[in-house]
Design a protein around this ligand. Structure first.
Ligand SMILES: [Mg+2]
Length: 157
């Protein structure tokens, strides 16, 4: 049975406080490869940042875009030599920020597995899709769902 997840803007921000939130970008804050973030998304990030430490983290090699988003949203970008789902990403957090981590993202094999490996909570959000989404992005998401089903069946996730 498939229960549709909420979009990022539909999360209840009051459920999170005193957490370190590691927030995905592509598919979560905007469509894959987006260079703009809408108002509702900016508001949600601001609300989460009121009571939590929020970091952006993307596997996409778009450093200028990622930096611009961090500035726009007024939250830091988490710089790490590792990519999700590598557990060593947490080494880039200050010691006191490693206790209560929540990973928010749209993909199981990056965000979900990363959360699992660092024993963090995972909030899976519904992916924001571009109107004319490319075949590559579609395929990546289809594969993600299959991998999730298999991992879930094997009790890995
Ligand atoms: Mg994503």
């Amino acid at each position: 049975m498939h229960i549709p997840e909420p979009y990022f803007t539909e999360i209840d921000p009051t459920i999170l406080s005193d957490q370190t939130i590691i927030l995905d970008i592509d598919g979560t804050l905007g469509y894959d490869g987006a260079t703009v973030i809408d108002h509702a998304t900016r508001t949600m990030v601001a609300r989460l940042a009121q009571r939590n430490k929020v970091y952006l983290l993307s596997n996409k090699p778009l450093p200028d875009r990622n930096k611009a988003f961090a500035e726009l949203l007024a939250v830091p970008y988490l710089h790490s030599p590792y990519k999700k789902p590598h557990a060593k990403i947490v080494e880039s957090l200050a010691e006191q920020e490693r206790g209560n981590i929540v990973v928010i993202g749209d993909k199981y094999i990056t965000d979900g597995l990363f959360a699992k490996r660092i024993h963090a909570r995972f909030i899976k959000v519904r992916r924001i899709r571009a109107k004319n989404e490319g075949l590559k992005a579609k395929a990546a998401y289809a594969i993600d769902n299959i991998v999730y089903s298999v991992l879930h069946f094997l009790h890995v996730l």
